[in-house]
Design a protein around this ligand. Sequence first.
Ligand code: DHB
Length: 394
Amino acid sequence: MGRTQTQVGIVGAGPAGLMLSHLLHLHGIESVIVEARSQRYCEERIRAGVLEHGTVEMLRQTDVADRLDREGMRHEGIEIGLNGHLHRIPLTEITGKSITVYGQHELVKDLIARRLADHGEIRFECGNASLHNIDSPHPFIRCEREGQVEEIHCDFVAGCDGFHGTARSSIPELVITCYERIYPFAWLGILAEAPPVREELVYMHHERGFALYSMRSPAITRLYLQCAPDENLDEWTDDRIWTELQLRLGCSDGWRPREGRVLQKGITGMRSFVVEPMQYGSLYLAGDAAHIVPPTGAKGMNLAMADVFVLAEALRAFYKQNSRAKLETYSSICLRRIWKAQRFSWWMTSLLHLSPDATPFDRRRQLAELDYLTSSRAAAASLAENYVGLPMEL
Ligand code: DHB
């Protein structure tokens, strides 16, 4: 059996685990990451791609934004569509801030490269991870790699292993509360080999269902369609997907998405989920392990980044100033931001989707809300402030 001793053991090499390890390294704190999947899988896993202003700033300040600054697409507005008519929300004019479109997997590549260049330890393909002694100051992670059992003994464990990971389920059920909402629809997403033919993202409310026009690079478009939660992907041929996208996104002024080869397609479920508190004993949860937002507004990865920013600072205060104060407030500090992002993601989701549960009253109220949003500066300002990201707090 292999035994390693480190300061912080991190489960999961997604954006949260990688960024935490990077921030800890900058603070002079050692960590080891264990990850169930291969490096290639982590680097190719397609997820959302909108970075808030504060996330970009954090990446710049910690010197991992070179490629992001070269290749990321900075946007100063988004468009909200109502049955083919578009209305622009000028994010930067309203807030002074912008957002950057950059695929999550690109950021994962950058963070892995940087951790490896800094001699950071990421152990890929570690199966059957389990957490032990988390109710003591001497926790450890046990996992298997290449048929060998390995133990990582540490002072703290960071659970960054996503919604289905082992970290959250290691906490006794009696000491946590989970809040959850499942939505009666999902997203069918495609990546298409087609140059974007619109400068900004289009969020379209349509009587056939919601559609989103996004992009990844000057050659690649990313598009989503509202579908049923139990939709069978095999029934969606590329032709059928494009027909539906044209119907929902085509605009009264003649604008329509450009078609191209479908490179990848998948279905994303929609849920809102929060666990409270985000800490138990020496285990600290961050990112999707602690909370899930429905994808509308692309808050998931930004929340993960905000969590690890707070956690890294709390660990710095512990190791460098011998203070536990910030570790004790980690959960409550993060949850304030998380609940506001939950509110916003729920609001944007309910604003734009057709819900099979909606009553005629709900439907009229929804149309009035869209009308209000596209005709009131105050309503647009509220969307803009949340969309570019609320300030990070420590
Ligand atoms: C993307 C995803 C989102 O959830 C969103 O709100 C905007 C863009 C994307 O994948 O590009």
